[in-house]
Write a protein that binds this ligand. Structure first.
Ligand SMILES: Nc1ncnc2c1ncn2[C@@H]1O[C@H](COP(=O)(O)OP(=O)(O)OP(=O)(O)O)[C@@H](O)[C@H]1O
Ligand SMILES: [Mg+2]
Length: 308
């Protein structure tokens, strides 16, 4: 893991706090996972869930941080001994790009799994330099899936079926990065998942459209996937300098209570730069405020596993 300098934009206090985190996180990544280990203390290996947790990261609003959240939470978990698969369910392929997983040309991808019944094992790739992290890439072909799925048998449950048949390795987490729509791809994610995680951007229109997403979750729970639950809301792109951001955060917390992670993800240039280097921010700049926040968010998620 490369250790990059602290962000010059960080305040002295933040830099102080971050430098201790960098060394802690760096040593933590060197701790290998022990199967069945559940203590998770000392922050080396976090508790592993007793069964694979399948988490759909969804919000039909575009650009709210779904992909950034999926990739960085996945990377953070993998660095603490969890075996994690990211399923890129967005034809834009942003998660595949961020995880340096080839997704252009004839690369077998999620489209072929959903539409042509290709086994998941045939498309999953290990993420370079991230031993516990895997990616099921999406190519632009996936754009056709919304329409092609319509005429297929069990069109809502194709991903669920593919993941159920995929027992090549003992995964602790499957994180599904959804596209910005409520079409059949997102429905497939919600049918395959146990949990929904909704990133909410701390801005004025944050809650617009959320009702529709929640109604869809309820419908899928009622008809297709009774165990689905909204487990996590994560506040993203928080700008501490604006009153609006804190008002939105307060409003979301008032509505959703403990479902909202205590950790808030700040605006951080490093988060937006990392994908162009084919990295999560966890390796691109582990000392940045964005990396630190996603590490904390992932820690909260991992520890919630033992409560449920
Ligand atoms: N906390 C943050 N600070 C700064 N930039 C961020 C942050 N989170 C995300 N971004 C940037 O904002 C843009 C949108 O983020 P992202 O791609 O994660 O959203 P998304 O919900 O997946 O978008 P889409 O709906 O298109 O799939 C990206 O350019 C990303 O790098
Ligand atoms: Mg995205």
């Amino acid at each position: 893991m490369t250790q990059t300098p602290l962000n010059p934009g960080d305040s002295p206090l933040v830099r102080e706090a971050l430098s201790s985190v960098v060394s802690r996180e760096t040593s933590a990544t060197q701790t290998a996972a022990q199967p069945g280990e559940t203590s998770g203390d000392g922050d080396g290996t976090w508790p592993r869930p007793s069964e694979t947790r399948v988490i759909a990261v969804a919000n039909q609003k575009g650009g709210v941080g779904k992909t950034t959240t999926s990739v960085n939470i996945a990377a953070a978990l993998s660095m603490h001994g969890q075996r994690v698969l990211v399923v890129d369910l967005d034809p834009q392929g942003n998660a595949s790009t961020a995880l340096a997983t080839e997704h252009r040309g004839d690369v077998p991808d999620v489209y072929q799994v959903l539409v042509d019944d290709l086994p998941m094992a045939d498309i999953v790739k290990q993420v370079p330099e991230m031993p516990n992290l895997y990616c099921a890439p999406a190519t632009i072909d996936l754009a056709g899936a919304e329409i092609e799925l319509v005429s297929l048998v069990a069109r809502e449950a194709r991903l669920r079926r593919a993941l159920a048949a995929y027992e090549a390795m003992e995964l602790d987490y499957i994180i599904i990065d959804c596209p910005p729509s409520l079409g059949l791809l997102t429905v497939n994610a919600l049918v395959a998942a146990d949990e929904v995680m909704i990133p909410i951007q701390c801005e004025y229109y944050a809650l617009e459209g959320l009702g529709q997403l929640l109604r869809n979750v309820d419908l899928i729970k009622a008809h297709l996937n009774p165990t689905l639950r909204l487990s996590t809301i994560v506040l993203t792109m928080y700008d501490g300098r604006t009153r609006l951001a804190s008002q939105v955060a307060d409003e979301v917390r008032a509505h959703f209570g403990d479902t909202v992670l205590s950790t808030v993800i700040p605006r951080s240039v490093r988060l937006s730069e990392a994908p162009s280097y084919g990295q999560s921010v966890m390796t691109y700049d582990p000392g940045s405020s964005g990396a630190m926040a996603y590490m904390d968010a992932a820690r909260e998620i991992a520890h919630r596993a033992t409560v449920a």
